[in-house]
Design a protein around this ligand. Structure first.
Ligand code: 26W
Length: 817
């Protein structure tokens, strides 16, 4: 608990601060201020408290001299901060009262905050949960990311098709929680050439950039739950160097080729919206280097400011690479140590290779980053030299291990040979890191078996597993206050920092009164979601129906189209089988598609069209509804997740590294229907086979089916329900008067070869849903399973994930202030 902070809260001073910000920061009056102005002023007043603690934490001698983790990520999908920070500060009810006295409703003000959507999906949200767990457990840390002017695009639908609009999350007023740190700004170079010169009879090299920009840090406060510790999430913004470099202007460099065309302000203008698909764009590589270079310099500044030697860097700082996006930090640190600090190659490599660790988040080949050697050479000429040298020394090791085996060298080389030579960032990450981890047990095993088998032979202790987790503060305590209260009434209030305690709830799983209370909470959460849907989309829902939820990025491997086929099968049976009965069901989707991912956008279109038709079809008697919620983001997830009865986790086995939405919904009492993929495997281990609906091919069966030559038509011809469901996509059932408008999805599943085996898993999926449908009609039995899901998923707290990193990889200690 945080008695000091609570005692220190001075209501009158706080209210005065809010009023002062209203007038002097936002130039309005108490009488005329809008809700938005009240929210902003309240945010600034609260941020004053956290900025104070941020600086106290930064200057704390114990923390300065302890080992820290630096979490480098191009994405931090933090979501709204105000409500969450109020809970962490332990000030929710006091601020609620203080604002009430000013005539404002806290819940309304919280709705005024725009989500900072500075991430695409799982990887970015994981980074945000990890920051929360680091601060909560008081592990010294800094998150390093980018201060995008525009986050992930806003999604809307026009005639069922996805439209993208820029996401100006800071609006014109700026974001109240961020604080500029101009004293910590850095200069970052690009382009130019490498100069060779002599010093003390030795040949040395230095990079002379052709273009220099400024990295301006903004700190977001990460407030430790019920502690005074506030660690920074430091986001770099790119600015032109003012006014501009006169020297380079004069010698003609300034307007050299494309350098001048790329305005410095472009570098952090917008988050790339690709998820699991790498595009090789120059500006993206510039973002990556800009982020890595600014962060590495800041880490070295902190290290050297307290007087530590460079040799001791790995004893005080560890750098976690969130996928390969920040991997250029490895050659950047090498370059600084050798060229700027004068260390030998061997000394620099010893330091660097004990400092970096790398997390792999995906096995999809199209997501593994490679950069063109020519592009790297042009943009970062000195880094390219260093990569060659790393590769040269590494290939020597490979030759010693496998003498004469050229194929091994070709496969493991950091440089991929060919007409266009490419730099493989994953290989560079493995070679340059002291630890590499996957994000769920199954995934980590596949990393060893399929992705990096030779690396695993070469470095048998390097590859590890850390199963992902989610923060129970945001994903239960904050988003589901009624369930949190019910839990606390039974087992006390310590579970948010020790989620394994939830297991004690399982003793009530058979208790009719508790079952009834648990389901009443679920019902209220379903009503909250139904109200949102009615007022924002005009669709009326029955909260007695099964709320069946699939919320995640739109991707073929996640198989939203398998879910679509299930909906089509239900629709077909409702219309054609007089005896068919089903519990009423609402199927929810929320998903953004990468703007250039054509098939994903067609699937969204098809789902919207299907929804329109089914929801308005009187023949099916409201038995089935389909709701595609637009603009999926953290704040809407906070409404959907507590309301889910069924959690759809139906990726092709072997494709979803972990998933984290699966954990969030199970924690909030949803039953999972899922494949043996990612963390589903471990969720099943925890909740038990009776409390989860596992179906379909496993990894080995998927592999065997592909090896034997998969033909989707075999399934199409053999299964009349599948055939009928698919054929609904061909006519004009959902696009009246315009037949064939949904055939892109149909074609991908048949002539397109169905690469993710949707047809092969269809029958098993339908069966699993039938079993759930039967179970739902026995509400007591359902309640028991739902309760056991909440009770038995304590393992998936990100506090546990962070402790795994701390104990097995980072080796650092908590520091209490
Ligand atoms: C360069 C293009 C690109 C962009 C993003 C490639 C890859 C990514 C991410 C690694 C994709 C991603 O978010 N992966 C997800 O990471 C989560 C956190 O570990 C996992 O839970 C998800 O299973 C995984 O898909």
């Amino acid at each position: 608990m945080k008695p000091t902070q609570q005692k220190q809260f001075d209501k009158t001073a706080f209210q005065n601060s809010v009023k002062k910000h209203l007038t002097s920061t936002y130039a309005t009056t108490l009488q005329t201020a809008t809700s938005r102005a009240w929210y902003l002023a309240m945010g600034r007043a609260l941020a004053e408290l956290t900025t104070f603690d941020l600086l106290e934490t930064e200057h704390d001698e114990k923390i300065r001299h302890a080992k820290s983790v630096n979490y480098l990520s191009l994405e931090f999908l933090i979501g709204r901060l105000t409500g969450n920070n109020l809970i962490s500060l332990g000030l929710y009810s006091q601020v609620n009262d203080a604002m009430n006295e000013l005539g404002q409703h806290l819940t309304d003000l919280l709705e005024e905050e725009r989500d900072p959507s500075l991430g695409n999906g799982g990887l970015g949200r994981l980074a945000a949960c990890f920051m929360d767990s680091l601060a909560a457990q008081e592990f010294p840390c800094v998150g390093y990311g980018l201060h995008y002017e525009y986050g992930l695009f806003k999604q809307s639908f026009a005639l069922g098709r996805q439209q993208e609009a820029p996401d100006a999350w800071r609006s014109v007023e700026g974001y109240p929680w961020e604080v500029a740190r101009p004293n910590l700004a850095q200069e970052i170079g690009f382009y130019g050439q490498v100069e060779v010169y002599q010093e003390n009879g030795e040949e040395r090299r230095r990079w002379v950039p052709g273009m220099t920009v400024k990295a301006m840090p903004w700190d977001m406060p990460i407030v430790g739950y019920e502690s005074d510790t506030v660690y920074p999430l430091r986001l770099w913004e790119c600015r032109a160097i003012a006014p501009f470099s006169l020297a380079s202007f004069n010698n003609g460099n300034y307007f050299e080729a494309q350098h001048a065309l790329i305005d410095a302000g472009n570098i952090t203008k917008v988050l790339y919206p690709n998820d699991n698909h790498e595009k090789g764009k120059t500006l993206r590589l510039m973002q990556q280097y800009f982020h890595s270079a600014a962060s590495v310099r800041d880490i070295l500044r902190r290290h050297e400011e307290i007087g530590h030697s460079l040799e001791s860097l790995p004893d005080y700082e560890t750098i976690q690479l969130n996928d390969t996006h920040p991997t250029i930090a490895i050659p950047e640190l090498m370059r600084i140590l050798i060229d700027e600090k004068g260390l030998s190659w061997d000394d620099a490599w010893r330091i660097s290779s004990k400092t970096f660790a790398y997390t792999n988040h995906t096995l999809l080949p199209e997501a593994l980053e490679t950069w063109s050697e020519a592009l790297l050479q042009h943009l970062l000429p000195r880094h390219m030299e260093i990569i060659y040298q790393i590769n040269h020394l590494f290939l020597k090791e490979v030759r010693e291990k496998w003498p004469g085996d050229v194929s091994k060298q070709r496969k493991l080389s950091i440089i991929q040979e060919g007409f266009h030579r490419m730099v493989r960032m994953a290989n560079l990450s493995v070679v340059g890191s002291y630890a590499v981890n996957g994000v769920a047990a199954l995934h980590s095993n596949l990393v060893k078996r399929d992705l990096f088998p030779e690396f695993h032979e070469l470095y048998p202790t390097r590859l590890q597993n850390v199963t992902n987790g989610i923060t129970p503060r945001r994903w239960l305590k904050f988003c589901n206050p009624d369930l949190s209260e019910l839990i606390t009434s039974k087992i006390g209030d310590q579970w948010p920092t020790d989620l394994d305690q939830l297991e004690a709830i399982s003793q009530y799983a058979d208790d009719p009164q508790f079952q009834q209370q648990f389901m009443a909470v679920k019902k209220a959460n379903k009503q909250r979601l139904a109200d949102w849907v009615e007022s924002n989309m005009g669709i009326v829902l029955d909260t007695n129906a099964i709320f069946d939820v699939q919320i995640k990025r739109l991707h073929e491997y996640k198989r939203q189209h398998l879910n679509m086929l299930h909906i089509l099968s239900l629709y077909h049976r409702l219309l054609n089988e007089p005896d068919f009965d089903m519990a009423p069901r609402v199927v929810f989707f929320a998903a953004k598609a990468a703007p250039g991912y054509h098939l994903a956008k067609e699937i969204i279109y098809a789902l919207n069209k299907i929804s329109e038709r089914i929801n308005g079809d009187p023949r099916i008697n409201d038995k089935l509804k389909v709701v595609f919620i637009p603009d999926y983001r953290v704040s809407i997830a906070e409404i959907i997740i507590p309301a889910a009865d069924v959690s759809e986790q139906i990726s092709t086995a072997g494709k979803e590294a972990s998933g984290t939405g699966n954990m969030k919904m199970a924690l909030n009492g949803a039953l999972t229907i899922g494949t043996m993929d990612g963390a589903n495997v471990e969720i099943r281990e925890e909740v038990g086979d009776d409390n989860i609906y596992i179906f379909g091919l496993d990894v080995d069966q998927v592999e065997a089916l592909h090896a034997n030559g998969y033909n989707p038509y075999d399934y199409y011809h053999a299964d009349p329900l599948l055939k009928a469901s698919l054929e609904l996509l061909l006519g004009d059932e959902f696009t009246p008067g315009e037949p064939g408008k949904l055939r892109v999805t149909y074609d991908s599943l048949l002539d397109g070869g169905d690469p993710y085996l949707v047809l092969a898993d269809f029958a098993a999926y339908v069966q699993a849903h039938e079993a759930m449908d039967r179970q739902y009609r026995d509400q007591a039995g359902w309640a028991k399973k739902a309760i056991l899901n909440t009770a038995l998923v304590g393992k998936f707290s990100s506090d546990r994930s962070i402790r795994d990193y701390v104990n097995n990889i980072w080796k650092l200690e908590a520091v209490k202030r």
